[in-house]
Design a binder for this molecule. Structure first.
Ligand SMILES: *Cc1c(COP(=O)(O)O)cnc(C)c1O
Length: 228
């Protein structure tokens, strides 16, 4: 069995190789270790191995873990479905919220951020393959929604996030990553917001995502092993 330290090292090398292979600066890609359903003790190993960015999906679980590990030990990314009534915790604990897909949620985040004097970094989640089981705005609504998100004072729209269907051949996900890149271009061309990030790519398909411009890859299983 490989250790978390080895896994992180391997993935970092793969990110570097893939980036250089397509003429990108490896430094422009952030590896987010997705630690949902992993204990604080396990996550602590990733921190010791030099993980700078961690992603969590469930607010209560994340709050307990972050309290145990220390808010300042990493850059924390919220990547799960967020209900408006939990926005307060997401704002308190997370540097980035990747899963904003509705105005109502953005309004609540804005309100909570104002209360604590913070500009909350967010990404707009796009349901890129129009899957009924997944959250996210539809691609055709993305520009319009981005314009509204960009209007909030205490929220900073930093980019787009997507989660295509799982394919055993990651090449099959390429078309969706490409589409998210196009939406980013469209939003920039319309002068709506200057977007830095494309949050896309998971354990199985992060190399393809990097080739299509990903700046944040969210890797769980390949670092921490399978989840129960
Ligand atoms: C769980 C999860 C990941 C990580 O998935 P792996 O396949 O384990 O790498 C990435 N992004 C989101 C939104 C997730 O929920």
């Amino acid at each position: 069995m490989t250790t978390i330290i080895d896994n992180i090292e391997t993935i970092k090398k793969q990110i570097e190789k893939t980036a250089l292979g397509c003429g990108r600066d490896p430094e422009s890609i952030t590896l987010i270790g997705v630690s949902k359903r992993k204990s604080a003790a396990t996550v602590s190993k990733a921190l010791d191995a030099g993980s700078s960015d961690l992603g969590e999906n469930y607010i209560q679980e994340a709050v307990d873990k972050i309290d145990a590990l220390g808010r300042d030990r990493a850059c924390w990314h919220f990547i799960g479905h967020l209900q408006s009534n939990k926005a307060r915790f997401a704002v308190q604990y997370f540097d980035y919220i990747h899963t904003v897909d509705k105005i109502k949620l953005a309004r609540e985040i804005d309100k909570q951020a104002a209360k604590v004097g913070k500009i909350q970094k967010i990404l707009l989640q796009v349901n890129i393959a129009k899957e009924s089981t997944k959250s996210g705005a539809l691609a055709r609504d993305a520009v319009c929604l981005a314009r509204e998100l960009a209007g909030f004072e205490n929220v900073s729209l930093e980019g787009l996030m997507c989660m295509p269907p799982y394919f055993s051949d990651p090449e099959d996900a390429r078309t969706y990553f490409k589409q998210l890149g196009h939406i980013k271009q469209e939003i920039m061309a319309a002068g709506v917001a200057s977007l830095t990030h494309l949050s896309m790519g998971m354990s199985n398909d992060f190399r393809v995502a990097i080739e299509e411009g990903s700046t944040m890859v969210r890797v769980g299983t390949a670092i921490f092993g399978g989840r129960d």
